[in-house]
Ligand binder design. Sequence first.
Ligand SMILES: [Zn+2]
Length: 406
Amino acid sequence: MRTRLIEAREARGLTQLALADQVTGLTQEVTRLTRSGIASFELGDSTPRPETLTRIATVLGLPERYFFWPDNAPKPSTTFCRAPRSVSPILSTRADRQAKWAGDVASELSGVMGLQKVDFPKFDIPNPEALTGERIEELATQVRRYWGLGDGPISNVVKLLENKGAIVVRCELGEPRLDGLSHWRGERPTIMLAADRGSGARSRFDAAHELGHLILHRAVPAERLRNGADWRLFEDQAHRFAGAFLFPQSAFMEEVLLVDLDALQPLKLRWKVSIKMMVKRAATLGLIPPERERHLMVNYNRRGYRLNEPFENAVEVEKPRLLKLAIELLVNGRGPDAALDLLPYPLSDLERLTGISPNLFSKNHGAVVSDVIVLSFKTPSEPPSEPTPTRHERGTLGEIVPFPRR
Ligand SMILES: [Zn+2]
């Protein structure tokens, strides 16, 4: 129970003191719940009385059974959180814990249905600090090849990552400077992206940046991120990876004939990357000298592109669908109660983390027709754990599979 309590408090962005004060504020009783009282529950030194637990659950907006929900899925690996160092750790931890919740939801769902199989390439990178820019370009190309992608534009990065088994969440992160985060849960990666990005191109870059961390920095222990220089280096590496993954060097050299704010605009439509990204990438690849990059960026800001690049609406903000479709399948196939039994969260959290409709659990919701992504219930003989059954591998990515009728 104590780990669920810590997780819930952190997922709500509360300190021990704030939680104690809010719980105390719920009652007229003279006895206060103190910060040390919460600390004692979290250390496992004492257990809250039933009425205290009820109040804690009320303040945290969770059903009481959440606190007794077994935490059997693998613990998250080092989380890479893309935010300036000045962002409060309470806010980045809040996002991280909510990303873990999404992973927990996926883990529960994978117990009852064949959730997308994870198919990420693994590279042995024990010392990522030694990676050169060229090596990162190569690795990005190798990931493309592993997934059978040529060197052309990727139509939908989020769909690609989900098709390869990643859990992708797009939600409000409550802090505009927080762009995204990622971690591994055993063999399954989770990526969380900010919803409040008006720009589809920037958001695709965010997703590719997190893919960079997942591929390059799997071996990095969390302690290393406390070192500002290391953290900066890993951020730069993930940026390089994202640029290389979205717009490979060979294609860039072939198609970017003129590095100019007007000439790059049609390429934005074709590659779905920002003009700013292409200017930076041209400098990184040595196509333009640093002074030309500076000059272009001055003009970029002067034209007001920093707030509104041309063709922003032409690149869609890609939406994750795997968890949404899985929950819809569960509700349609086994009923709302079965879904709520399996997932001990309030609907507001499930909506925010998975994008399900608020009406999904109401009695008269219409049957939701699934598109893409291969999902179906496991038969009873299959073990209720990962890895997912291989019979689902026969479906091609993007195939439409009807719901099983019961
Ligand atoms: Zn990062």
